[in-house]
Design a protein around this ligand. Structure first.
Ligand SMILES: C[S@@+](CC[C@H](N)C(=O)[O-])C[C@H]1O[C@@H](n2cnc3c(N)ncnc32)[C@H](O)[C@@H]1O
Length: 238
């Protein structure tokens, strides 16, 4: 089981998220918009303290939140009907059993995002949908230098091309990343994690106010087994 880096930080993290939710471009709102309204079960991986899940429930979904941190889930449990303490690299769900799934700010935390996306693809039913919102891999991370700590002036330091975990960086500032570190996933590797898992993109949006977009949102689906996309039907032709 990978390390639960948010254990011991959940109360602080929850307060930070509540503060961040006041921004006009708040991630929690962007995630809810990306997912859209719906009914039935929605599985959220890396649900944290449940604030993102609550925003989805306000849109009609019934959310089951999964997280590796027992402390994060202790708070999420008071907000959600169903929580699962588990590792996103090995999902405790049957294959092809889930129709709607999402993640907010997860690719910078899990050890192997490509493995998580393979698991997502395994558990999604054909036609099932997935949404992911996270920091924009190009413009947020240890490789981006903010000389005056603002969102106005950005420079580039070395490191963008390296898919590495960074546990201490002068670029992190006083927020969550200085406490839990970050896994950097360059844009190409991020997109290929979906494609290699057999998922088909539906939307890609660059979000957030400021000089450059600081969030990237994507939605994708698992093709129907009868071949709803050319790639799917070609690879299944004997
Ligand atoms: C940045 S927080 C995001 C929480 C929530 N989605 C939000 O936006 O407020 C990342 C979450 O992913 C969880 N996480 C990290 N690695 C995980 C893993 N391997 N399996 C499940 N959850 C994981 C952490 O415990 C943490 O709660």
């Amino acid at each position: 089981m990978p390390k639960a880096r948010y254990d011991g930080l959940a109360d602080w993290y929850d307060q930070e998220q509540a503060r961040l939710a006041q921004r006009p471009d708040a991630p929690v709102d962007q995630f809810a918009r990306l997912v859209g309204p719906g009914t039935g079960l929605f599985v959220e991986l890396g649900c944290g303290t449940g604030l993102t899940a609550m925003a989805l429930e306000a849109q009609g979904w019934t959310v089951a939140g999964l997280d590796i941190s027992a402390d994060q889930l202790a708070i999420a449990r008071s907000r959600l009907g169903s929580v699962v303490h588990s590792d996103a690299h090995e999902l405790p769900f049957r294959s092809a059993s889930i129709t709607a799934l999402g993640m907010a700010y997860v690719h910078t935390d899990v050890d192997a995002f490509d493995q998580v996306m393979r698991e997502v693809s395994r558990v999604l039913a054909p036609g099932g949908r997935v949404a992911h919102l996270g920091v924009h891999p190009c413009f947020v991370g240890h490789h981006v230098d903010r000389p005056d700590k603002s969102e106005v002036h950005l420079g580039f330091a070395t490191g963008y091309r390296d898919a590495v975990r960074v546990d201490d960086s002068e670029q992190f500032g006083p927020g969550i990343r200085s406490r839990v570190g970050a896994q950097h996933v360059p844009l190409g590797a991020f997109l290929m994690a979906f494609i290699d898992a057999g998922l088909v993109f539906d939307r890609c949006v660059e979000l957030g106010e400021g000089l450059v977009p600081w969030m990237l949102g994507v939605t994708a689906h698992k093709p129907m087994t009868n071949g709803s996309s050319l790639t799917a039907s070609l690879t299944r032709t004997p």
